[in-house]
Ligand binder design. Structure first.
Ligand SMILES: [Zn+2]
Length: 45
């Protein structure tokens, strides 16, 4: 699952919401970036 993040409102946008329009559905910003897909969860105990 590919998700983007809006540069303006910092919301996560899924790939299906974008379709062909690369634009934030929340604020309409075109500034989207792809966060790292490899999320490393470090459990420190
Ligand atoms: Zn936005």
């Amino acid at each position: 699952m590919v998700s983007y993040k809006c540069f303006e409102c910092n919301r996560e946008i899924s790939d299906t919401m974008l379709r062909k329009k690369v634009r934030c559905p929340y604020c309409g910003s075109k500034m989207l970036f792809k966060p790292r897909q490899t999320t490393t969860v470090v459990k420190a105990r």
